[in-house]
Design a protein around this ligand. Structure first.
Ligand code: IMP
Length: 420
């Protein structure tokens, strides 16, 4: 019996996937990240120490598991080593057979980071400037550097030599940023120990019946194909990305959970129909501590958007939603859910528009309901929740056509209510 569970973000990222990854990792044999790079960020508090993980799956503190970064990931070597160091300072040595880095994953170089900065100056998307887009671009144009080649000193230097031969800008970047490139080379020796045929190992585990958890980064609305292009990240953040990255029989997937928040946030540019630019939005941001873990940018906040959420639910084939931060909405007198959009040319629509021009002209048609007062700390089941909260959740389920499987009622691992 295969037991592959996939966790994906249903919004514009920052839904709290790390918390659920940590919870589900407890019952898994192996946890694998399938896309993205150090643009993601998850803040953990372990033994009183604050740790921000960007690339390592957040279940890493479960010592008896294996963790992998799949072929669809892009990886910043020196940043990854810093993360390994901070995790090791708490949990002890991460043995190479515990952290499996796919030899097929692509490497972010100082050049890619520089290119990301240049692109942002020319036509801003609001990226994290971590070199993610340029690295994925070079992967697609077959110019990129795979981890397999990076880990081997001879092949790494050959790759650099070839690039310098046809790209003068690349050559002068090396000349002018010697320290960054030195750091890049120095990191290879240590990273090498972790590089392996990770996809084979994950796949074999799946076929042998291991419990495997596949963890996405960012969210469906940032997906390169299905998101609000061009204000998206450069990888497939949806379930299709998990299958493509690891490469396995999709019929082995047992459960697909979509992570969301009880309201929406977005960092970076791009349309956001339910955005609140008023005091209500600022209050959500303050209560929810909505600042990016990677860039510290304040997140834009807005009402729950069931038009977008029913779309991302279908794109992912969700079994259900895990809805975080319900507690942040406590004490709001009224709550709203977008159940349709009004577009000046197309009238009322319920299908999430494909292009940003159409989306930016959409005005949400809201369902309004009463909020609830007071903390949710005492609530241990759906029935314990205030009747207004139960009603709010039922309407989300109805409008987004997706059952809610659990809610988060606080930042801690135990601040959750499972509904089944
Ligand atoms: P990039 O992934 O750095 O290229 O950025 C592209 C877009 O995705 C920008 O709008 C970023 O703010 C957004 N983005 C990337 N990673 C995350 C994340 O982990 N959470 C939220 N937004 C993200």
């Amino acid at each position: 019996m295969s037991q592959v569970t996939i966790l994906v973000g249903t919004q514009w990222g920052d839904e709290g996937k790390g918390k659920w990854c940590d919870i589900f990792a407890k019952d898994a044999d192996l946890v694998a990240r399938f896309q993205g790079g150090n643009n993601a960020g998850h803040t953990l508090f372990v033994e009183g120490k604050k740790i921000v993980l960007h690339q390592i799956p957040s279940g890493i503190f479960h010592k008896d598991k294996k963790f992998a970064l799949g072929p669809g990931v892009v990886l910043n070597p020196s940043q990854l080593l810093k993360e390994i160091d901070s995790v090791e300072s708490i949990r002890g040595k991460i043995e190479p057979d515990c952290l499996l880095l796919s030899d097929k994953a692509h490497v972010i170089t100082p050049w890619h980071i520089y290119q990301d900065g240049l692109a942002e100056e020319k036509s801003p998307v609001g990226t994290t400037k971590r070199g993610i887009g340029p690295t994925y671009s070079e992967k697609s144009s077959r110019l990129g550097l795979r981890l397999y080649d990076y880990a081997d000193s001879k092949r790494r230097h050959e790759w650099i030599k070839n690039r310098c031969a046809f790209d003068k800008g690349f050559a002068s970047h090396i000349e002018n940023h010697k320290d960054e490139w030195q750091d890049f080379h120095n990191s290879a020796a240590r990273i090498k120990d972790y590089v392996c045929h990770a996809d084979h190992l994950v796949r074999n585990g799946i076929y042998q019946g291991d419990k495997v958890l596949l963890e996405g980064a960012q969210g469906a609305l940032l997906d390169i194909d299905h998101g609000t292009f061009p204000y998206v990240t450069s990888s497939s953040t949806t379930v299709g990305g998990a299958i493509a990255s690891i490469g396995f029989d999709p019929r082995k997937v047992n459960k697909i959970w979509g992570i969301g928040k009880a309201y929406l946030t977005r960092v970076g540019d791009g349309p956001f129909p339910t955005e609140l630019k008023d005091e209500v939005g600022s209050l959500m941001g303050r209560k929810g501590k909505e600042f990016g873990a990677t860039t510290q940018r304040p997140r834009r906040c807005g009402w729950y958007d069931a038009v977008a959420m029913s779309f991302t639910s279908k794109v992912n084939g969700l079994d259900g939603l895990l809805l975080n931060k319900l507690d942040i909405l406590s004490d709001f007198p009224r709550l709203k859910i977008a159940m349709a959009y009004h577009h000046p040319h197309y009238g009322e629509i319920k299908d999430f528009p494909a292009n940003p021009q159409d989306l930016s002209q959409c005005v949400p048609v809201y369902y309004e309901c009463e909020g609830w007062q007071g903390s949710l700390d005492h609530c241990k089941s759906r029935d314990d929740l205030p009747k207004q909260a139960r009603h709010y959740l039922s309407m989300i389920e109805e409008f987004s056509q997706t059952p809610i499987h659990a809610v988060g009622t606080g930042p801690g691992r135990d601040d959750i209510i499972m509904f089944e």
